[in-house]
Design a protein. Structure first.
Ligand code: ADP
Ligand code: MG
Length: 344
């Protein structure tokens, strides 16, 4: 009797196991992967890969993600005279300007990150960016008096945000906001939200050096991401491979965007304190759950340099880094917890 009961329980358990395995197998079979073509948006190449239950849903999730990225670009591109950011840059020195809630949220976060990074990240670098761009075009270094003039407009203390009516005002004329070091990360986060809302169960959003992944690939594997060699002649070589899920990765470097004056290449990242370019690190990769944060910190650590940059990363929860110094591009400098992300 006892034996029979045991047999019965075993049969039931085996049946449940087979049923579970079948269901799981079926579900996996029903996962499809759709890849978008490369698109140019936010001044970079964007590509989205989505995993979903069927082709139509998966494609729609990609469409929704791109729609969101284009919407944010339209709001935040300072080189588009019709963007809301351009309107802010033109008017906020004279009057309060009411803005979109997402743009407002991003300005709030920018102020938070400026404080977190001790001013290394600062969206008021706009006039500095313009000055260096102009100088690169004229092939001459900025003069001390030009830099002193720009200095008057730099600092997040010159922004006044009013959460009651989502408005922004500048305390000083000449302030110009540049969201180049945060907008792509924010957009990748928002794109992922859209994909999930529209039924994707996994995906990878790549906006140039800004990557956000969620869920897994159609083979239930983690997403594999390569970090490129910052050395110009070996830029197609991958120097580290990361395996991740529900994680964002941002790389800032001076190998794609830079200013050339004479024979010298200057980084497109500025130290707001000195107004000089940040050239100590050739490449900074940040890995953390949130794309906005990884984007910001890759720029901030470029400014802070190896020692202070690593200190900041060690103090920041769930955040890891891989740095490559400009004077030794063969060595990877890693934060203490980064190994778990390196693909085996
Ligand atoms: P990428 O655009 O390649 O992702 P970053 O995320 O590092 O590179 O952003 C660099 C851009 O951010 C610059 O081109 C400039 O527009 C702006 N920027 C430069 N220096 C700073 C800084 N210290 N803080 C905030 N934004 C910056
Ligand atoms: Mg970036």
């Amino acid at each position: 009797m006892k034996n029979q009961k045991l047999k019965f329980i075993l049969v039931i358990l085996t049946a449940i196991l087979i049923f579970y395995l079948l269901l799981n197998g079926l579900q996996n079979q029903r996962q499809v992967c759709v890849e978008s073509p490369n698109k140019i948006v936010m001044n970079t190449i964007a590509k989205i890969t989505a995993i979903g239950p069927d082709k139509k849903t998966t494609q729609l999730s990609i469409n929704a993600a791109f729609k969101e990225i284009y919407r944010l670009e339209k709001l935040m591109n300072r080189y588009d005279a019709n963007s809301q950011l351009s309107q802010v840059n033109r008017l906020a020195g004279k009057e309060s300007v009411k803005i979109d809630k997402d743009l407002f949220a991003l300005l709030q976060q920018s102020i938070y990150y400026s404080e977190l990074t001790d001013g290394a990240f600062d969206i008021t670098v706009g006039p500095l960016v313009d000055l260096w761009k102009k100088c690169a075009e004229a092939n001459s270094m900025p003069t001390e008096s030009q830099l002193a003039e720009v200095k008057k407009t730099i600092g997040c203390d010159k922004l006044i945000l009013d959460a009651n009516d989502f408005s922004v005002r500048f305390t000083t004329k000449g302030v110009s906001l540049d969201l180049g070091a945060i907008a792509k990360g924010f957009a990748a986060d928002k794109a992922i939200e859209e994909m999930k809302k529209h039924g994707a169960i996994g995906g990878l959003v790549a906006l140039g050096g800004q990557i956000g992944g969620f869920g897994t690939t159609e083979k239930n594997a983690k997403w594999l991401i390569g970090i490129r060699n910052p050395e110009k002649s070996q830029n197609n070589q991958i120097i580290a491979r990361l395996a991740l899920s529900d994680t964002a990765v941002s790389t800032s470097g001076n190998y794609e965007r830079f200013y050339k004056i004479g024979e010298h290449r200057f980084s497109h990242i500025f130290n707001p304190a000195t107004e000089k370019t940040a050239d100590q690190l050739a490449s900074v990769t940040i890995i953390c759950p949130n794309g906005t944060q990884s984007d910001v910190l890759s720029t901030a650590v470029s400014v802070l340099g190896k020692q202070k940059g690593l200190e900041l990363i060690e103090q920041t929860d769930d955040t890891e880094a891989i740095l490559i110094s400009a004077d030794n591009k063969k060595m990877l400098i890693k934060s203490s917890g980064v190994e778990k992300f390196i693909a085996k």
